[in-house]
Design a protein around this ligand. Structure first.
Ligand SMILES: Nc1ncnc2c1ncn2[C@@H]1O[C@H](COP(=O)(O)OP(=O)(O)O)[C@@H](O)[C@H]1O
Ligand SMILES: O=P(O)(O)OC[C@H]1O[C@](O)(COP(=O)(O)O)[C@@H](O)[C@@H]1O
Length: 315
């Protein structure tokens, strides 16, 4: 089974506006609301791919009804730990005139020590060998930066596979526990290594250090520039597939969904990377944080071309 773990879910409010004028009253053209947060978006795309997953993590008690209704309508399975307070609302501004995408993410509800202990106990009970756990997103206030490291330790002791996608100090401490797969975007990757984001070789050489440390696969996404996939056996680069962009929110999560689905189906690394790029392209073509449909993903899959590193001309 695939489990996605989201400690800091979010209601994503995507606001479409021609041009955002700072310091003025702005009126949006329209706005979409989606239940989101990293693991929840991953579960949506796993479902679109034909896979099954269970959403785990925390959810705020005070506005849980709307969130749970959304997940039920999407036919997603979930098993949350409810905590005091409101699940945060994250604002995503899409400026249609200039194609600028701005995120305004909130801190989220405060969790207590007992909530974190409850989470550890629950995951310790659930996890079995060969389960796949996606551990991703920011930590809510009250959760210390070691929480992901401890979670990965518990999961690895059980023999579960861990796909990890975090930022900042939580990323730095989690990486030391050697998750099986990592999907940092280039900004997150720069928390770990002092790389020049325009120098593909320095990115690959740093990713190889993670592979040498025992992490099996590292996918570094670079927004419109594409992505790099480094595994024990190969180093690949691909440009982002051309797409009519409606919202970039959830693009990285779609890649994580492709990796977890691909692992669950024993897909090879090349197929996993292609699927990740196709899922991301199909996602950015959707408004708000709506998951793409399988037929849309398939259409993009035909257009993905990979380049072995060494033959790449950097853009
Ligand atoms: N503006 C864009 N144009 C085309 N493709 C994009 C764009 N933004 C993201 N993508 C696709 O989505 C993938 C993940 O996006 P990225 O922004 O790197 O991840 P994250 O959402 O984790 O920050 C990219 O590798 C690319 O394939
Ligand atoms: O937990 P964080 O880092 O604040 O991120 C939460 C946000 O990321 C998202 O999961 C989207 O993530 P990606 O664009 O990186 O795929 C949103 O749904 C959510 O608002």
């Amino acid at each position: 089974m695939i489990y996605t773990v989201t400690l800091n879910p979010a209601i994503d409010m995507t606001v479409y506006i021609d041009t955002l004028k700072k310091g003025q009253v702005n009126r949006s053209r329209y706005c979409l609301m989606d239940a989101g947060g990293k693991g929840i978006n991953v579960s949506k795309v796993i479902k679109a791919l034909g896979g099954q997953s269970i959403v785990l993590g925390f959810l705020g008690n005070d506005n849980k009804d709307w969130f749970l209704k959304y997940l039920k309508e999407m036919q997603l399975d979930f098993d949350f730990i409810f905590v005091d307070g409101l699940t945060r609302t994250n604002i995503k501004i899409v400026e249609t005139s200039q194609k600028i995408y701005t995120d305004l993410n909130q801190n989220g509800f405060e969790v207590k020590k007992k909530d974190i202990n409850h989470l550890f106990e629950k995951i310790d009970k659930i996890a079995k060998a060969d389960d796949i756990f996606v551990v991703s997103g920011s930590l809510p206030p009250g959760a210390d930066e070691e929480v992901y490291a401890e979670l990965i330790r518990i999961l690895k002791q059980k023999g579960a596979k861990v796909i990890f996608d975090a930022d900042g100090k939580a990323l730095k401490s989690g990486v030391l526990e050697k998750p099986d797969v990592m999907k940092p975007n280039i900004h997150e990757f720069k928390c770990l290594f002092d790389v020049d984001e325009n120098d593909l070789n320095s990115i690959v050489n740093s990713a190889k250090k993670l592979i040498e440390s025992g992490i099996k696969k590292v996918l570094i996404s670079m927004g419109a520039k594409g992505a790099v996939f480094v595994t024990e056996n190969m180093e690949l680069f691909a440009k982002a597939a051309e797409a009519k962009i409606k919202s970039t929110t959830g693009a990285g999560d779609s890649m994580v969904a492709a990796i977890s689905y691909g692992l669950s189906q024993n897909m090879d690394d090349v197929s996993i990377f292609k699927l990740a790029l196709a899922c991301a392209a199909a996602k950015v073509s959707k408004e708000g944080v709506k998951p793409p449909e399988k037929k849309e993903i398939k259409k993009f899959l035909e257009k993905i071309s990979l380049e072995k590193l060494g033959e790449v001309k950097w853009i």
